[in-house]
Design a protein around this ligand. Structure first.
Ligand SMILES: Cc1cc2nc3c(=O)[nH]c(=O)nc-3n(C[C@H](O)[C@H](O)[C@H](O)COP(=O)(O)OP(=O)(O)OC[C@H]3O[C@@H](n4cnc5c(N)ncnc54)[C@H](O)[C@@H]3O)c2cc1C
Length: 410
């Protein structure tokens, strides 16, 4: 007999959202979350920009589009209901050159097709009314974008999970997974437990965890670090809310921006450089195993051969504060290098296809007795409640006969 009905690997926002949803929906279901760190949200969830994305950027009909729009509403509702710091402050996306206007118009159409409410096109004057220090030829105002304390959200997901009978164990790393007749044996160093089913929300290690289980994932995770600067307190006046550039459709995560945080700090960034360790937050964090695995992957070689110039530009901006500042000055010309201090960084788990393209949409893959979350980049935190519900829907077949509560409602 398995000791737990479900084992969820990863105590980031997705593992915890799934645990919260499963324990809420199914009475008496025993759920264990296994997290290798000493607390929740120690990796992507705790190192992100803290933005509740509106759903503006994503291909209409994609999981990202649907789950970001729905997830943003759910996230705001959750934060309100649970007293978690958040604000629906809106953002502007700024075309700084005429050549970007067509892309901005595409973005407006996309946002409207995705059901993002209240998008408004702004001329230079209207932009200055919203962001007096930003300059651009055209802009979009997106009122449904917000900011939130995602670590606080993840912590609350944990509390709710435990309150509903789930368990969360910290400091325990999953090192092996073996499917057997009645479930899955989960090896955690010396200890082995048995669970009925597994959900893999291992973030930067999700592909490796899938391989531990004998799966052959179609993608490999390549870690891209995003480094931030912060505006010194005296310079925070330069940014009212959130100021973004027009994204490059080929690299939606490129393009540094200004983000006000819920604690009043203003961050600038992040850039995107290859991390030499999956959880490598600084250049000096190097894992030969991780690096060799990346550079031997055909998908990475193809990406690098196509876009090495873009990659070098990002490395240059990582090494040179002056270059980073120049990128920011395109949006807010008054900002000076002396206004910026280095802040933290985050590492994105970016799934790469073998052909060298970035896996774009969220990827949830079902295998025997397992669900693997193989790609959950931004807006994964925004969409977390929605993703937890989708995983629980996928898992519904596992729990045939279990009592079903009403769907999780905020
Ligand atoms: C720089 C950056 C900025 C971003 N900005 C935003 C934003 O503004 N808005 C937004 O919506 N999204 C943003 N994102 C995306 C968002 O952070 C992610 O989509 C989300 O955090 C993914 O959550 P997760 O639970 O899958 O991953 P994680 O938070 O990384 O959690 C995975 C967990 O699995 C654990 N784990 C791994 N292997 C094992 C193992 N073998 N055994 C036990 N535990 C294990 C890890 O320790 C980790 O805690 C950003 C991401 C980054 C990196």
């Amino acid at each position: 007999m398995p000791q737990y009905d479900v084992g969820i690997i990863g105590g980031g926002i997705l593992g915890l959202a799934t645990a919260m949803e499963m324990t809420s929906r199914y009475d008496g279901l025993s759920v264990l979350v296994i997290e290798k760190e000493a607390g929740v949200a120690r990796h992507q969830t705790g190192h992100n920009s803290g933005v509740i994305h509106s759903g503006l950027y994503y291909r209409p009909g994609s999981r990202k589009a649907v789950m970001a729009v729905r997830g943003a509403e759910q996230m705001v509702g959750f934060a309100q209901a649970h007293g978690i710091a958040h604000e629906r402050c809106g953002k502007v996306v700024v075309a700084t050159r005429e050549s970007q206007v067509a892309a901005l118009e595409d973005l407006e159409r996309r946002g409207k097709a995705n059901g993002v409410p209240g998008i408004e096109a702004l001329g230079p004057g209207a932009l200055r009314e919203r962001e007096p220090h930003a300059t651009g030829v055209r802009a979009l105002h997106v009122p449904s974008t917000g900011i939130v304390d995602f670590v606080g959200v993840a912590e609350r997901f944990r509390e709710l999970t435990e309150g509903q009978g789930g368990e969360v164990r910290f400091g325990v790393e999953v090192t092996g997974l073996r499917a057997v007749a009645d479930g899955v044996r989960v090896e955690m160093g010396e200890e082995t437990i048995s669970v009925g089913q597994v959900v893999n929300c291992g973030g930067l290690f999700a592909d490796r965890i899938a391989r531990l289980a004998g799966s052959t994932p179609s993608v490999q995770i390549v870690p891209f670090r995003g480094e931030y600067y912060e505006l010194k307190p005296a310079a925070r006046r330069l940014v009212v809310n959130l100021i973004y550039p027009v994204p490059d459709p080929a690299f939606p995560f490129l393009g540094v921006h200004f983000t006000r945080r819920v604690d009043g700090r203003v961050e600038a960034g992040p850039n995107a450089v290859l991390a030499l360790r999956r959880e490598g937050y600084r250049w000096r964090d190097v894992s030969w195993r991780d690096t060799v695995e990346t550079v031997r992957y055909p998908g990475f070689l193809r990406l690098a051969s196509r876009y090495w110039r873009v990659g070098l530009g990002e490395i240059y901006r990582s090494a040179s504060k002056r270059a980073f500042t120049r990128a920011l000055q395109a949006l807010v010309p008054e900002v000076q290098a002396s206004d910026l201090v280095r802040a933290g960084s985050g590492v994105r788990a970016q799934a790469l296809e073998r052909d060298g393209s970035l896996a774009d949409d969220f990827r949830l893959v079902e295998d025997e007795r397992m669900i693997h979350v193989l790609n959950a980049p931004s807006p994964g935190a925004t969409a977390s409640i929605s993703i937890g519900q989708a995983i629980t829907d996928m898992a519904a077949g596992w729990f045939g006969g279990a009592a079903t509560k009403e769907d999780y409602r905020i």
